[in-house]
Ligand binder design. Structure first.
Ligand SMILES: [Zn+2]
Length: 217
């Protein structure tokens, strides 16, 4: 179910109190327009009608998609307390068996949607990303700040990612063979997937799995 609320937000530029609609809960099935706002990264865009000041207004938001069997909780700043306050297994007992993820940004939410809608395993995608990050860093002679999944094409046998290099505002796209993803999936299957709790499946989680796989833990 999607939920919305109206809050007064005071403009950081001119101080005007602006009635603002927020969406603390988004159901992909009944609110396709909100899903679109996530994918075009405008969900948290905020504009002051008085002075025109624009900002990104980020707030906790729970996105769920029954068809693709996943929930993603956007927790700005990765605040663990806020995660703990939602006992999902009690609140949504019908959702056991769903993949539950925590992300800290809208870009992170968008990435999870693209991964799960493509029918991929996000832990294996993170491992693939890890392998490709060094390649991208060497190729461009730059530090990789962040990286997001773009698409997977089974026919073309390609999986592609956007890499944001340090000091550059536009990402570079880097792809690799789907074989790398499949090999990553084998590693995940041999180590084990995340449990029923909300968790972050990110670069840190991928590094942990890699260490466990190599017997370093
Ligand atoms: Zn203003």
């Amino acid at each position: 179910m999607s939920t919305q609320m109206n809050r007064d937000v005071s403009c950081p530029h001119c101080g005007a109190a602006v009635k603002t609609r927020m969406y603390p809960g988004i159901g992909a099935d009944e609110s396709p327009e909100l899903r679109e706002h996530v994918l075009d990264e405008t969900l948290f865009d905020w504009k002051c009608p008085a002075c025109g000041y624009e900002a990104e207004l980020v707030y906790p938001c729970l996105y769920h998609d029954k068809e693709h069997n996943f929930m993603v909780y956007v927790v700005p700043n990765g605040n663990e307390c806020e995660i703990a306050s939602v006992d999902v297994s009690k609140e949504f007992p019908q959702l056991s068996g769903m993949r539950k993820r925590v992300v800290i940004s809208l870009a992170g939410l968008k990435e999870k949607i693209l991964i799960f809608e493509a029918g991929l395993d996000d832990t294996a995608v993170e491992l693939t990303k890890l392998a490709l990050t060094d390649v991208a860093a060497q190729k461009h002679g730059a530090v990789v700040d962040s990286c997001y999944f773009c698409s997977a094409d089974e026919e073309a046998e390609r999986i592609t990612f956007s890499f944001f290099l340090h000091g550059e505002s536009k990402p570079v796209v880097q792809g690799t063979r789907m074989d790398v993803y499949r090999k990553s999936l084998e590693i995940v299957e041999s180590i084990g997937r995340p449990g029923e709790e909300f968790c972050a499946v990110d670069a840190g989680a991928a590094q942990q799995i890699l260490r466990a796989y190599r017997g370093e833990d």
